[in-house]
Design a protein around this ligand. Sequence first.
Ligand code: GLC
Length: 487
Amino acid sequence: MAPQLRNPPRRKGSMADVPKDLMDCITDLEKLFTVDKQRINELCDEFVKEFEKGLTEEGSSIPQLPTWVLGFPNGEEKGTYLALDMGGTNLRVCEITLMGHGKFDILQSKYRMDPSVKTSTAEELFGYIADCLKQFVHDHHEGVVKEELHLGFTFSYPCDQHAIDHGILQRWTKGFDVKGVEGVDVVPLFEAALKEKGVPIKLTALINDTTGALIASNYAHPDTKMGVIFGTGCNAAYMEVAENIPKVAKHNLPPDTPMAINCEWGAAFSDRPDVLPRTKYDVIIDKESPRPGQQAFEKMIAGLYLGEVFRLALLDLHQQGHIFLGQSVAKLQTSYTIDTEILSLIELDPFENLRETIDVLETKLGIQCNEQEAKLVRRLAELIGTRSARLSACGVAAIAKKAGLTKCKVGADGSVFNLYPHFKARGAEALRDIFGDAGDDIDIVHAEDGSGVGAALIAALTLERVKAAGLSRECMLRKGVSHAAVS
Ligand code: GLC
């Protein structure tokens, strides 16, 4: 059999014509951003320890949040459910019909979320969400919802859950800063807004996008054991058993009860950032963010931040007199002007003379650059993209180690995973750096629609459990019975 090409494609074009000064800059950047095999293995071991600690009462920088999703679907779930997905840019409402055999049908509407909502108040945020649901009901049900339509709400921020239909927001992430929500149970806020706007819908489950990805992907491919989002934010979920989660011991679950854990790994090592291979640019991003000292890992790898790392590095090189000499770099001086898409375009530049890179810099940033500078720019994008993919894969490897997963699928979704060039191949290479050839058995594949179908499935599984226990949802809530008690 012909040997397979396993390594990600390398950049084309020679560096021979790059002057010494620029070449030195490139070498420095390579030192800063490269996470080599040894470093990634050390970090992976740190992650495993931190994941374990997070499951105990002692806690760790990785929250390891129990989700009260108590097991995988069996593929035969049926029925129609609503799902609400609050992403960073859009709000999506879906009506999902589960048809069994891992199949489903989906009807959905997207509503644009004005960026100002991100920094508004609880009332405005939940009022807006209720308005969108109302619109959906109006458009698709002539304003009337049958009572049995249940909703899974995908709210992808770290929430402490003591039951599947409750969730106290620990802290906002991904640049959100809505007042009056942190430390508060978001479900009553949501339900009050629904009531006020007269929207006849019941929330059945509050879920994280990673848990949704895990459950939706497992529904379609039962060998999926992890759900990961590589998007604006970055995070993962996997299935534990109760006996391995000391912090839920007080609920007296049977020891073999499965429980999905929302890791919230974006927060990893926020208390000890030196464990991470941070650069001075990562430090600035953290300092200038709405939540300094939080989400240290996420700020190095997620889509929201990749363009900002790139911007800060270019600006630094300009200020040191290495690139774009004598030019106005006004756009480079404005935070968050560079979208991850720009890095993608640069990495995708097919031309030997980097014509596309030069054009992108001119059109998007108003900067004229020569071919040698473009080589540095391109190398920088590669380094940032590669670091993101390798560190993300390091988290996946650590969960696999922690949970003893040697062969499985990982359902992955998000703009970085789906759109960033070479992300998958670079991640796969990092998995091989950690596990050798066995790294290929941890197969990161595109997830099913976790935030939609996953939320519907989790609502279905929850109702099933409630039914099996012979209690109405209202009755359980009134009595304060946690879902654990009816697992
Ligand atoms: C952030 C959120 C987390 C979410 C991830 C991906 O890390 O804190 O809950 O899963 O982004 O959207």
